[in-house]
Design a protein around this ligand. Structure first.
Ligand SMILES: [Zn+2]
Length: 208
């Protein structure tokens, strides 16, 4: 198992009216965010090479275009009821997960310890390397390809990424990508609504 150097890291972020002063800390023994709701997903296994070198950003909403329910958590824990919505029928039997979800109000929910493999990318390739799940961390934003993501979500995302970069030295701000970029033609999230410039500015402010 990959052992990150040092102990837990505290990252404080600045500059956001909502997230100002937000603190995130990873317990490196468990690879879980502290003071964060943890909903363990059964859709998890070991990374083949203990490598974590890529961050993949996703967008998801269930039912599509609707926010605020618990359906994403149900999907990631194999408890989605296909009878509750027609859109759930084709996905209820999927076995998928992500490391964390950032909800519209900025709440973080963790499903898989960062040191383990979550099942978020599917068939994928990053810079010629297949099977991105093996070496990536998957972050889901509650949203759609077209509806602007919330400022709160960007703030929490940037704070989370900064925390991850400082905790796990294999990660780099040069290797952050979208699901649509590693599975082109198959996936479109996080979509044109996701403002990469905004994330870059927040990261530069927080890391500088
Ligand atoms: Zn995705």
């Amino acid at each position: 198992m990959f052992q990150p150097a040092g102990n837990s890291i505290i990252v404080r972020s600045d500059g956001s009216p909502d997230g100002a002063g937000m603190t995130l800390q990873i317990d490196t023994a468990t690879a879980l965010l502290m003071d964060t709701r943890y909903v363990p997903s059964p859709n998890v296994d070991d990374r083949p090479d203990d490598e974590m070198s890529l961050i993949v950003i996703h967008g998801i909403s269930l039912p599509p275009g609707e926010f605020g329910g618990h359906y994403i958590e149900q999907l990631f824990t194999n408890r989605l009821n296909p009878n509750e919505h027609p859109a759930f029928v084709p996905i209820a039997d999927l076995r998928v997960s992500a490391h964390v979800l950032i909800r519209r109000d900025g709440e973080l929910v963790q499903f898989v310890p960062f040191t383990h493999r979550a099942w978020h990318a599917g068939e994928s390739s990053y810079q010629g390397r297949p099977r991105c799940n093996d070496f990536s961390i998957g972050i889901e934003l509650e949203g759609t390809d077209e509806i602007p993501y919330e400022d709160n979500q960007y703030q929490v995302l940037a704070t989370l990424i900064a925390c991850l970069l400082r905790t796990y030295s294999q990660l780099s701000d040069k290797h952050i990508t979208g699901h649509s970029d590693i599975a082109p033609g198959r996936k479109t999230d996080p979509g044109p609504a996701f403002e990469w410039d905004k994330l870059s500015h927040l990261l530069a402010a927080g890391l500088g």
